[in-house]
Ligand binder design. Structure first.
Ligand SMILES: [Mn+2]
Length: 327
């Protein structure tokens, strides 16, 4: 009955600042004890303005604000997981997640921001957590991948993107969102690289990838061969893998609020298949998901980003017993 003071009305408030999927916030990385450590990297200083609009700084906030099925935390601090009606199974239950906050970006000082990003990520990885970095523009994958690689000694990289991001430099800059894969390639801690889902590529970057031993598959190859066959052909089994997901690998119709939307991309289902196949090739030491932008703010893109994180984590944890069995 309306106005009945005895009626329970449930919780009255919720925390002002939402964390990724409701995971407990961890302020002191030295105290981190989690299987998965989320970190926001809210910068778009790598976007090649003015030709491309910035706005990807907002990615971590947009994803934190989404509401998916993976949102509760049990009293012991582990995740309550999520139920998937398609398989009639519950996933990620009991996994300890943590939101490590955002890297403190130093406006106007890309080198300092990148040094902080690497140091934060290295610490999360050294504490034994899988790093899940939410960008930000794609330039963050260099400092994030570097931090993961330093913590593990060596990682192979899988780059999922409509673009190769393999330019040595663009307009005189080596640290924007079209060169981070090239910078990773130069590190002694980075092993084999596979770039999948390419469809908007300069010829010189295509030649450089061939010359420097980067494996690659076009969007067309993914569509014709199927995601699993491409992964089996190009992604080598490895002890540790770093996966970089540019949301623009998807068809632009699915991610209208990404920084540089490209038509003719793969579907959400095909990307899930791709990620599930990659998860069987080796332990995922970390992954990033980038270029969710507020330039054309769109909840659909943020929801796509959030669900991809959940679906990839699910695939990783489903693949882990198989990896142990094969070892
Ligand atoms: Mn990219």
């Amino acid at each position: 009955m309306a106005g009945d003071a005895e009626q329970p009305v449930g919780p009255l408030t919720r925390a002002a600042t939402r964390t990724f999927f409701g995971a407990p916030a961890v302020d002191d990385l030295d105290q981190l004890k989690a299987r998965v450590g989320f970190i926001g990297v809210p910068t778009d200083q790598g976007v090649i303005i003015p030709f491309i609009r910035s706005g990807a700084f907002a990615g971590p906030r947009l994803v934190r604000e989404t509401r998916t099925r993976l949102r509760e935390t049990r009293p012991d601090g582990t995740s309550a997981g999520w139920f998937d009606i398609e398989t009639e199974r519950h996933y990620l239950e009991g996994v300890r997640l943590a939101d490590c906050g955002d890297v403190l970006i130093a406006g106007g000082d890309v080198q300092l921001s990148q040094a902080r990003t690497t140091a934060a990520v290295r610490k999360i990885a050294q504490r034994g957590a899988m790093v899940v970095a939410v960008g930000g523009d794609h330039s963050i994958s260099f400092p994030v991948g570097r931090g993961v690689a330093e913590a593990h000694g060596m990682v192979d990289v899988v780059h999922l993107d409509a673009h190769p991001d393999f330019a040595d430099s663009i307009y005189g800059s080596k640290f924007q969102h079209g060169s981070q894969l090239r910078r990773l390639h130069e590190l002694p801690t980075i092993g084999h690289i596979a770039a999948l889902g390419l469809r908007s590529v300069d010829r010189d970057q295509y030649e450089d990838m061939k010359r420097l031993g980067v494996s690659f598959a076009s969007t067309r190859a993914l569509l014709e061969e199927g995601p699993k066959a491409v992964v089996d052909r190009l992604v080598r089994p490895a002890d540790n893998l770093y996966v970089s997901i540019d949301i623009d690998v998807l068809d632009s119709g699915l991610v209208p609020a990404t920084t540089l939307p490209e038509p003719g991309g793969i579907s959400y289902r095909q990307l899930r298949e791709l990620l599930a196949a990659i998860a069987t090739k080796g332990q995922i030491a970390g992954f990033d998901i980038v270029e969710t932008s507020a330039a054309q703010a769109d909840l659909a893109t943020a929801m796509t980003t959030a669900w991809l994180i959940i679906h990839f984590l699910t695939a990783i944890f489903e693949a882990e017993p198989l990896l142990r069995h094969n070892a």
